[in-house]
Design a protein around this ligand. Structure first.
Ligand SMILES: NC(=O)C1=CN([C@@H]2O[C@H](COP(=O)(O)OP(=O)(O)OC[C@H]3O[C@@H](n4cnc5c(N)ncnc54)[C@H](OP(=O)(O)O)[C@@H]3O)[C@@H](O)[C@H]2O)C=CC1
Ligand SMILES: CC(=O)C(=O)O
Ligand SMILES: [Mg+2]
Length: 643
């Protein structure tokens, strides 16, 4: 039933084209697994790639068992010596890997290869599946129809979420086909708002762990923990420490739902292979009393480690990632609290390929929406005045990118253009008299003005044309605030970015109703269309999900080694260019998510082109048609035929 023969296959990197992110040639394949021979467990690795190896391996020192997969080995062994065969010496320890063909019961329970009732008659014979499945054979399209009906039968969003996660655990390709084909309907299920509730209840709803947990207990052993993950060719890591999950605060270890959800979108929206994605939660404790007192809490039951202890764990983690996966692994920081987020980005931006989605991805998506909105409202960025409620990661990140773009457009110094951008935090308007007590990321926004305590007064005094909510506080754009925006502007631009829906600064209905249908509105979490005085308004979704999948794909496919602000501007421009006249006619400032893979390919191409221009791309020569190249690199989840 299992063959552990000596196998010689090409690694994906050897297939040419887009190298390691391509799925590989579309041809018949065997559901090949690589198994670690331990008495109590067997683990599968590197399923999509094929490896050159034999079993048992030569003796090998444990510390050098896995080489850096992109060939930038830090120790001996050479490129593609993934299992460290060449580096082995007589007295070194070895993990006895063996290659086998998955079949029978095991095949049905392997989510990477399982096709359920779609296994053909021939495959059922060849892979010992007879009797393990009912006799009917149905195509993937029928399975998709069945699954969407199944999901729709649940009224409670969390039940839909659990059904989706269950499918992901059973049949990965069906999960992604379903998500791609019904993206508008299922995004709110696997992503915001439902993922927020899932994180809050993570301890009680999950039977099977997803992603990799690295806690303070693993200090000094993080490289070993990374090796426990079954896949070796990792290209994107999304990591959180759970301290600021959406606008829901500190959810500790239960924040894992966020990296898992974000990486599902990397695959579904951006076409990065699922096996190249690694969700990680760093557990340094939680300050959430409710969780600390909850017997079902899954994380460390201690208050958060801070200062040197936190920094040392993060440093070991960042070093281990680069040593294990190489220079070009993309590390996306997600939902860290701002007191760590800015520092981590600053500390690692020159040594690692890091990207903070909340600061940078959000900025890029909002700038795109604003550029599109100007087509409806008129004027250039420099003609507008911006007011933010919330001066944290999202608020100051967006503010800075608007300033950068305005400065480029007008050839004016940054300090000058920043004066058109104002922010309110929990203590009121950020003004120069508060400068000494402000966190460093707020200081550039401390303009000359008398103190202003609340948002309504700030709107009345600053008279912004654009109001952006990044406070994580629901219902803070009150009737008076929206009415003030509408009385000062013919078409006020109002963005309620906070997630999930419960934290949105206002609803779509409130924005349209209180502005007499004049607001250009978008929100972080989706709202259904609103009918106001006989007209239907379709609100857009201003969410970084438009940017990070395509942005990441662009970095990976070009072998880019560092993120530069100009890459964010390029992504933003690419997204804005995808808004069609038909979208504008409906008042939309973002294109619908239905076309997201095409949009992601355009974003990836623009990002890669800019990376080549800046000399940051290492994949040479530069492909001629980057959009086509991006499309050719994208994972498609249709079933493969097994020989
Ligand atoms: N749509 C999207 O794509 C994205 C949305 N977000 C959402 O944005 C929100 C904020 O995220 P982030 O910036 O990372 O969080 P931060 O914690 O970094 O920032 C929150 C900011 O809001 C301020 N604030 C809190 N309460 C109030 C209040 N009552 N009045 C005025 N200001 C207040 C805080 O003030 P102080 O500094 O004084 O504490 C702080 O400046 C979250 O809900 C998140 O989900 C984030 C990223 C992307
Ligand atoms: C969308 C997102 O990244 C957030 O709300 O944090
Ligand atoms: Mg986030």
């Amino acid at each position: 039933m299992f063959s552990s023969t000596r196998c010689a296959f090409l690694n994906n990197a050897g297939l040419g084209g887009c190298g390691s992110i391509c799925e590989g040639a579309r041809k018949r394949s065997s559901p090949m697994t690589v198994v670690c021979m331990t008495p109590s467990s067997s683990r599968s690795v590197d399923r999509n790639s094929s490896v050159v190896m034999e079993t048992p391996l030569k003796e090998l020192k444990k510390d050098s068992a896995v080489a850096d997969v992109d060939g930038d080995s830090v120790s001996a062994g050479g490129p593609q010596d993934v299992y460290g065969e060449d580096r082995a010496t007589e007295d070194q320890f070895v993990t006895p890997w063996s290659v086998s063909v998955a079949s029978g019961y095991t095949l049905l329970r392997d989510p990477h290869f399982n096709k359920g009732l779609a296994f053909s008659e021939k495959e059922r014979d060849a892979h010992y599946l007879r009797g393990l499945l009912p006799p009917t054979v149905i195509p993937q399209e029928t399975q998709v129809k069945k699954m969407i009906r199944h999901i729709r039968q649940y009224q409670v969003p969390l039940q839909k979420y659990m059904a989706m996660m269950d499918l992901q655990e059973r049949n990965e390709r069906l999960f992604y086909t379903l998500l791609i084909n019904h993206v508008e309907e299922l995004l709110p299920v696997v992503y915001t708002p439902t993922v927020g509730e899932a994180c809050q209840k993570y301890g009680s709803i999950f039977m099977r762990p997803q992603g990799l947990y690295i806690s303070l207990k693993e200090k000094g052993k993080i490289r070993e923990v990374l090796r426990n993950w079954p896949e070796k060719n990792i290209q994107v890591v999304v990591v959180t420490d759970g301290e600021r999950i959406l606008g829901l605060g500190d959810l500790g270890c239960q924040g894992m739902g966020i990296p898992v959800g974000k990486l599902s979108l990397y695959t579904a929206l951006g076409g990065v292979r699922p096996s190249a994605c690694l969700p990680i939660t760093i557990d340094v404790g939680t300050n959430n009393e409710e969780l600390l007192n909850d017997e079902l809490y899954i994380g460390l039951k201690q208050r958060r480690a801070t200062g040197q202890e936190y920094a040392e764990l993060m440093h070991e983690f960042m070093t281990a990632l680069k040593q294990t996966y190489g220079e070009k692994v993309l590390i996306q920081f997600e939902d860290f609290a701002n007191h760590n987020a800015f520092d981590l980005l600053e500390k690692y931006r020159s040594t690692h390929l890091v990207f903070n989605d909340d600061i940078q991805g959000t900025a890029s998506v909002v700038l795109a929406g604003l550029v599109a909105a100007l087509k409806l409202v008129g004027g250039n960025l420099a003609d507008h005045r911006f007011l933010f409620l919330g001066a944290g990661e999202a608020g100051t990140g967006i503010a800075e990118l608007i300033a950068l773009e305005t400065s480029k457009q007008t050839n004016s110094p940054l300090e000058e253009v920043r004066k058109n951008i104002w922010l309110v935090d929990s203590k009121g308007l950020i003004v120069s008299s508060r400068k000494d007590s402000l966190q460093h990321f707020k200081k550039p926004w401390a303009h000359e003005h008398e103190p202003v305590r609340n948002l309504l007064d700030a709107v009345n005094q600053i008279k912004p044309t654009v109001l952006i909510g990044t406070s994580g506080q629901g219902r803070t754009f009150t009737k008076e605030v929206i009415e003030a925006m509408a009385s000062n502007n013919e078409k006020p631009i109002i963005l309620s970015l906070s997630n999930p829906t419960s934290q949105s600064e206002c609803t779509a209905e409130e924005a349209y109703k209180w502005s007499q249908g004049r607001a250009i509105f978008a929100s972080g979490s989706p709202f259904p269309p609103v009918e106001y005085e006989g007209k239907v308004f379709a609100p857009g979704q201003a969410n970084n999900a438009y940017i990070f999948p395509g942005f990441g794909l662009g970095l990976i496919m070009s072998g880019t080694i560092r993120v530069h602000d100009d890459l964010l501007l390029a992504a933003s421009e690419a997204l804005a260019s995808q808004v069609s006249q038909e979208n504008y006619d409906k008042g939309l400032i973002y294109p619908p998510f239905t076309n997201i893979r095409k949009i992601s390919a355009h974003i990836a191409a623009k990002v890669a082109a800019k990376a080549y221009e800046l000399g940051l791309a290492t994949r040479l020569p530069q492909p001629k048609d980057l959009v086509k190249f991006a499309e050719s690199c994208m994972y498609t989840p249709s079933y493969r035929s097994y020989r």
